[in-house]
Design a protein around this ligand. Sequence first.
Ligand code: BDP
Length: 722
Amino acid sequence: MKIRLFVLLGSILLFSALKLPAEDGYELWLRYLPETDPERREYISGILGQVVLDLSTSTGQVIDEEIQKATRGMLGEALPCRRDFAKRATLVIGTPGRFGIFNTDAVRGELDGVGPEGYFMGRVSYGKRDYLVIAANEPAGALYGTFHLLRILQSGSILTDRPITENPKIRHRLLNHWDNPDRTVERGYAGFSIWDWHKLPHYIDPGIKDYARANASLGINGTVITNVNANAVVLTSPYIEKVAALAEVFRPYGIKIYLTARFSSPAEIGGLSTSDPLDPAVREWWVAKADEIYASIPDFGGFLVKANSEGQPGPQDYGRTHADGANMLADALAPHGGIVMWRAFVYSHEIAEDRAKQAYNEFVPLDGRFRDNVFIQVKNGPIDFQPREPFHPLFGAMPGTALAPELQITQEYLGQGTHLVYLAPLFEECLDSDTYLPREGSTVARIIDGSVDNREQSAIAGVSNIGTDRNWTGHLFGQANWYAFGRLAWDHGLSSEEIAEEWIKLTFGKDPFLVGIIREIMLSSREAAVNYMTPLGLHHIMGEGHHYGPGPWVSGGRPDWTSVYYHRADSMGIGFDRTASGSNALRQYAPEVQEIFSDPETCPDAYLLWFHHLPWDFTMKSGGSLWEELCRKYDAGVRSVGRMRESWQKVEGKMDEERYQSVRSLLKIQEIEARWWRNACLLYFQSHSGLPFPPDIEQPEGTLREYMNLRFPYAPGIRPTW
Ligand code: BDP
């Protein structure tokens, strides 16, 4: 009996010793877990044991804080940095001028090419010794270099003999928060807004600093903190004071703050009778507003504007153009070095034209007419952040204008808060698309980074998925999308695979088995979502308003907000003809691109129904009919999620129970919802095709009516109604 008790107690003790400590995801990829391998500990102390750092700047101080945090976590003891050069230094971090080592020709030579935010990391001989240095031209570069080093140390890698020089490919790397003053977040699925307007400026949540750390660790250097469906209140003096308090926290992390500018502000909050951009009083009002903002926030980034789109006010309300509007704001910001991000997401149901064509029609005639400090911010595709879209035809079509892509990190159309969908492949697909304008090799990435047109200015934006949820993004894997956006904004040459692997190691640990399993789940997840939601080029067939779940039957009201407008299914066939026989949206692309997409026989399946309306019995490349292929794709999507769930079970015990279980439960929801998408869409399309489901797929359960009757009055993320 006694022995048994001992065995039992022993196993309980052993079990609790083995159980990994609970984690709630708050630490993101900056976990700095205790390093238990003695060799690794020695390696890390050999680098962080005695850091010499230029502490004279606020950025220097946050680098010190980060290194202390990292050493406290990984080595169990916080190791503060020294401000004076020491021969025993294991690492020297700073900018030229501070320590003699940074004035050596070796370091100067390296720094010549890295610009204000880049850095050099490598060994440099100085005196009679070699030192590991992180050298940069500006403190922000030193911070980015430090985070790079910490990433290497955390992920179990080592520094090779080859020095590292890094330089961001894009100058302005911004998050866009669609956050409202009442703390709701439009298309937000992770709780409320992290900006606590009511308590600002005197109370600043400690999480704000962690938000800044997380962004800086990826190289994100700007954040637009308010919704594009803008509220003018943020431009009033009390709010500028609140914004300034946040800017203080962000400054040492190299992050600039931006605001959305409601175009009608001069009339709404300025007491003017108009907001006409050519009216001198209106122009003066914006100049004075910019001066007021910069007096409190000297490094204010600028304005993001959604104008004349989905009910937002804009210059066209006064018979003026987008260029008139953008340039007025640009002129007000220019003396302070600010920029305007003017969105190209404009379309109107009053124009009898394919929505996919409207932004191009509106903006191409204005090419070359925008000021140098204006960017036209263009969504990756011509409709709206769908699971898959071809690249937006504006990329390549405005050589005289700086264009910035807008990617959606929040998963409005990609499963919202409950689906694991790793978005790097979607981002990559857009960035790597060849526009052929003006020549082959002019990928979207090379257009927006300025290399095609030799442009100095460049920018990229990602619509944030961050909220007050303890793990920031609701779904733990939403963190990977924030991470991937930041890493690609810094270096669009990175692959989805590399980024996934980095993130997994930092988030879940470096065990190769675990990394392999999670990597596969992540890399298959985007195609799975496309398949169970909108295969073969289908788009915009989600639930109305909240956009949650399927709604291929949505019709009535504004046609361009329905589903039937986009899939055009009837008894004969399905798809949107965007070739010369239809809307001819294809003509907005280069001839080489037109050639790829124009013939249904050769058009890649992934874009088939985006560009073509085809009969149900159209023969696909697989040999089967379009109807069969559609059914099989939907079914394949559901099966992929089943496999993702099974794979996830293999990592049980390889991470803390809490995070494991949270993802496990969400994958279950994802499978249920993937089935819902498949069943609802297939039953609906069958009501048009009249054809039986192929026997080799799981037969959809339920009736179309049942799916059509589902209601979600409290689905999150819906737009406010002011
Ligand atoms: C759509 C969203 C809507 C946004 C709009 C935009 O449904 O909430 O306001 O885009 O980007 O995707 O302005």
